[in-house]
Design a binder for this molecule. Structure first.
Ligand SMILES: C[S@@+](CC[C@H](N)C(=O)[O-])C[C@H]1O[C@@H](n2cnc3c(N)ncnc32)[C@H](O)[C@@H]1O
Length: 206
């Protein structure tokens, strides 16, 4: 766990990484974690953490929580957030389904961002895809009624299947990903390669 001293000499150090194997799979108290009641944005599958770092810096009045199951990438992100010293960012190291179902409170999330989740193209692996019914059930529980979700992928078949699952429960809106600046490392890389990128936004049906 990396610690950074905040500006006030007597302030508690900030731990940017959350490892629930050490701290327990308990419901987050976001006010206690971030020290404020600002909206909380959830990113699932944060990779190298570009979205968390850039968004945390550009939106200081919003809190950003990333979930990353790979220990290697978790350590990369923890290092980046620690050196950026952004008090409104945290990264959790575990599988998203367990983090969502055991740790994220009901109606606590104002935005959900999912960028380039692993496509698991083989038939027998498709049940591992991130955008699947069990995850969507949790998203419905944790998102605030007015919350926005964004799902972006370069893999057409995986994207269409995720979009269908989302469309069963949310109002969806197809978007041109090129209307936004690249938000993550994969997005920047795939755009530079000229790959097609698909984006859908989703909101809880009113
Ligand atoms: C292809 S990478 C994309 C990374 C980043 N979103 C980007 O666009 O640059 C997918 C990331 O999602 C993470 N991931 C995949 N399944 C996950 C899950 N069930 N829970 C948490 N993280 C997951 C992987 O470890 C990996 O870092």
């Amino acid at each position: 766990m990396r610690l950074v001293e905040t500006e006030a000499a007597d302030a508690a150090p900030v731990a940017f990484g959350i490892n629930p194997r050490e701290t327990g799979f308990e419901r987050f108290d976001f006010r206690a974690i971030f020290g404020n009641a600002n909206p909380v944005v959830l990113e699932i599958g944060s990779g190298k953490g570009r979205f968390l770092r850039d968004s945390g810096a550009s939106r200081p009045d919003t809190n950003f929580l990333g979930v990353e199951k790979s220990l290697h990438y978790y350590r990369v992100i923890e290092k980046r957030l620690t050196s950026a010293a952004l008090p409104n960012t945290r990264i959790v190291n575990h599988d998203a389904l367990r983090v969502l179902s055991e740790m994220v409170p009901d109606k606590s999330i104002s935005e959900v961002h999912i960028y380039f989740p692993d496509p698991w193209p083989r038939k027998r692996e498709q049940k591992r895809r991130l955008v699947r019914p069990e995850i969507v059930e949790q998203l419905l529980r944790v998102m605030l009624p007015e919350a926005l979700g964004i799902y972006v992928s370069d893999h057409q078949e995986a994207f269409v299947s995720g979009r269908e699952v989302l469309a069963q429960h949310f109002d969806i809106e197809d978007r041109n990903a090129l209307d936004s600046p690249p938000r993550t490392n994969y997005e920047a890389k795939y755009r530079a390669e000229g790959r097609p990128i698909y984006e859908v936004r989703f909101r809880i049906r009113s």
